[in-house]
Each structure stands twice: as structure tokens, then as C-alpha cells.
Design a protein around this ligand. Structure first.
Ligand SMILES: *Cc1c(COP(=O)(O)O)cnc(C)c1O
Length: 241
């Protein structure tokens, strides 16, 4: 976090970054023949201080994403759980599953059957359903998490049957490349896996969480319903954490 960033600078930054982002989304949606309102912006505040959250809320953003449970907890405790829709977008360790389920409204990073079983148990114990997106490793890069592309349909079909779990859709992270064909391939894979799942079961919801600062246009073209945007809104996360 940068110590020099004040509420003023985040608010001032959003005054130009948010309209610029909205325009990118509008243009991409239009080009794809889709309604702009069908693409939700999850503002990724990881690595930025509470000032960024306050500025985001003030600017009308209502979905915020964090990738570490500790940072999510800090921010939820500071601003309240009901102030916004909190999204967990990073890997969740098993022993932190319960806390994550209590804090986040939607967990994008359900990346294994084991974690699914754990969340399902937590949901069942609380007589509720933990809302998740199943993450798929569409690029087959070993550094990326998620269900393997080849067995994703089978695995996710199974976990979607768990009563304590509500699978709202799927999520993926594209490879870190500029190659548009590779990005189309990754997002297209997620869309195909989603279509296949939804033709087999009614227990997988309509959401597709894909697209970040550098690849949101291609993600929208491939059917994204949630883009996760940090840098384009808040600037670089740099400096010592
Ligand atoms: C950090 C992060 C983002 C936001 O990335 P930007 O390139 O800053 O927009 C999106 N999704 C996940 C899972 C992230 O960890």
C-alpha cells in the first residue's frame, strides 16, 4: 500500500478512471450485441487502503473484490459486511474456509472438490448455502488454480449437487499474454464448459467471472457477466505491502 495515497487522490482518480472503464465496457458490450447492464464490475481493492473502498462506494461501485482472507476481514470489519457485496477472488485455504464463508457474499475461487465439500459442510451446518463460482484452469498453466479443463464438467456437475453449496457459475483467469487468440481460447473454453454444464444440470447458475484490466474486451465478447478490475480503476498496486 502506498502511504501517500489519500482519500482525495483515490476519489480524484476514480473521477476519470471510472468513466473511462464504463466506456470500455459499453463499447465492448455494444460490439458483442450485449446490454452493458449484463456485465457487472467487481472493483478489486486488494493492496489498496480503506480510502480506495470509500472512494469506490462514493462513486457508486457496489461490488468489491479481495484476494486474501486476512485483507478481506480487515476491510469488512472496518466498513461493515452489509455496506457492499464482498467478493473473494483468491485461493482459499481449507482452514480459512469458514471465515471466508462468513465474510464474502460470493467466492469466485472454488478450485477443488475438497474445498467444495468443506464449503458445503459449512453451508449445511448453518442451514444455508455458500455461494460460489467454480474456478477452471482454462489455460492449463501449472501456476494457475482451478479445476482441470478436461474433467471440469464432471467435477463441477458433482459439486453442484451438494445441498450446502450454490454454484452461481464459473470463473477463470486468462494466461498473462497479449496474444488475443490465446485469450479468446481461454475465455471461450470457460463459456463452452459452462454451456455444457448448464445443458446437464439446473444447479449451475448463469455467471461467468472473467476479464481483468488487460483483457476485459475479449472476456465480454466471450460472454463475461462479471469483470474483476483493479488497475484500471485504482492504479498500480505497488510498493511494499
Ligand atoms: C488482482 C486480480 C484481479 C484484478 O486485476 P487487474 O489486472 O488489476 O485488473 C482480477 N482477478 C483476480 C483473481 C485478481 O487476483
Amino acid at each position: 500500500m502506498t502511504a501517500s495515497a489519500t482519500a482525495e487522490t483515490y476519489a480524484a482518480r476514480l473521477e476519470h478512471t471510472l468513466p473511462a472503464l464504463r466506456e470500455r465496457v459499453d463499447r465492448a458490450a455494444q460490439a458483442a450485441g450485449r446490454a452493458t447492464a449484463s456485465v457487472r464490475v467487481v472493483a478489486v481493492t486488494k493492496g489498496h487502503p480503506l480510502d480506495a473502498i470509500d472512494a469506490a462506494l462514493e462513486a457508486g461501485l457496489s461490488d468489491l473484490g479481495e484476494n486474501r482472507v486476512e485483507e478481506l476481514e480487515e476491510k469488512v470489519l472496518a466498513r461493515g459486511r452489509e455496506a457492499v457485496a464482498w467478493h473473494m477472488i483468491g485461493h482459499v485455504q481449507g482452514r480459512k474456509a469458514k471465515r471466508t464463508a462468513e465474510l464474502a457474499h460470493l467466492i469466485h475461487s472454488l478450485d477443488s472438490e475438497r474445498l467444495a465439500d468443506r464449503f458445503a459442510r459449512i453451508g449445511a451446518e448453518d442451514s444455508t448455502q455458500v455461494r460460489v463460482l467454480a474456478q477452471v484452469n482454462t489455460s492449463a498453466e501449472s501456476s494457475k488454480g482451478g479445476f482441470d479443463r478436461g474433467s471440469a464438467v464432471e467435477s463441477i456437475h458433482r459439486i453442484a449437487e451438494l445441498p450446502g453449496l450454490k454454484v452461481e457459475g464459473l470463473m477463470t483467469m486468462a494466461p498473462l499474454v497479449d496474444d488475443e487468440a490465446m485469450l479468446h481460447a481461454a475465455f471461450g473454453h470457460l463459456r463452452e464448459i459452462h454451456e455444457s454444464l448448464r445443458s446437464h444440470t439446473k444447479r449451475v447458475g448463469p455467471e461467468l467471472s472473467m476479464g481483468m484490466t488487460n483483457d476485459l474486451e475479449i472476456a465480454i465478447q466471450e460472454g463475461s457477466t462479471m469483470i474483476r478490475i483493479g488497475t484500471a480503476l485504482f492504479g498500480e498496486r505497488g510498493g511494499p505491502a
